[in-house]
Design a protein around this ligand. Sequence first.
Ligand code: ZN
Length: 458
Amino acid sequence: MTDEARPETTLHFRHALLPGGWAGQVRIGIADGRIVTLAEGVEAEADDARHAVGLPGMPNLHSHAFQRGMAGLAEVRGPGGDSFWTWRDIMYRFVDRIDPDGLRAIAALAYVEMLESGFTRVGEFHYLHRAPGGDAYADPAEMTRAIVAAAADTGIALTHLPVFYAHAGFGGTPPNPGQRRFVHDLDGFARLLDAARAAAADLPDAIVGVAPHSLRAVTEDELGALAGLAGGSPIHIHIAEQVKEVEDCLAWSGQRPVEWLLGHAAVDPRWCLVHATHMTEAETRALAASGAVAGLCPVTEANLGDGLFPAEAFLAAGGRFGVGSDSNVLIDMSEELRWFEYGQRLFARGRNILAPGAGRSTGQALFDGALTGGAQALGVAAGLAVGHAADMVSLDIRHPSLGGRSGAALIDSFLFAAGRGAIDCVWRRGAEVVRGGRHVARDRIAADYRRALEPLVA
Ligand code: ZN
């Protein structure tokens, strides 16, 4: 062992999920936020912090942090039929009141809850750029700085995805008043991107990607320019979430959204197509073949009544997926994975739909798939391995649902029976940010959140 690889702290797990599968008696040494040593089948040493079950932290590939502040406020039936679009009207009214301090306070609580549920990195799909009323802030990255501050305060790793939003509908129609805080032209967006990269420069492990909001909000030329601005970094886009969006895209172009995107942009493993709910079989196979990640948000998709992703066909074609908490109406990693499977069971009237074959665990397939795909989508390496950030989760083996379990049965029991109540500690860069299921700064951040929310919901 070289001097620079000497661990500052060492953790010992009775069971740990490593990239090659479950291992027993695992010692992990950490220095400067990264895993520097990892050994299997070894006893704990005197100074080791001992834990029962270790998992890699899960990436949350899609979040709009500010929407945490309106969670539960869109559940009253309106005069007509309620839909995604009536929800969006409520969201636009909420959005108009948030200032940088409010955003920081709301995002911090959302990130605390993500960490407490086992998410250790967030893909923040960030479109709230301008001041209330639509004027530009003096610093184009003013709102980005609020997100970076919330990430720094809570410890969560950040893949920041500044959103380009220029149009209200397909074919370059002008933005509507509810969208005035989101909009840029390409030059303005390039300046925002530079400022966002500078704002995130001191945040450990931060990545800045690019997010064309949706095919509604960008033209073909703009999409090409944005892919160029991204370089090798992640490119995220909302797509085919709503049937109306598919119909509008067909009316505009004669093609469906995923079909159009795959035919007009060089979609590759840098890309994450968020939702991709409404696809034909041909689109499903083509998306899988592109190597891009499908960004699934089962809790939000259920809350908004979006529809069900064609998961069986997509996975059979080798498609990659990850999960995101999107609207943050409820932030819970295990619930996202559980509902990904449960939606498919309700639709297919069967069980263990997403397990890869006979004798294979559904929970393990969900966890492994979302870990690998989520990491790809957020531009980082997945799993507990030497050289990777020490982002880890431990489960409380004393939880009644986990007793006597090992291997995949631990994940199945965690995801389907225990849920987030089984999470004990969470480490980010080796620092214990969650202990006994609670974030170490939860009380302060929750008090801040309550203060910030008062004027917003009055
Ligand atoms: Zn979204």
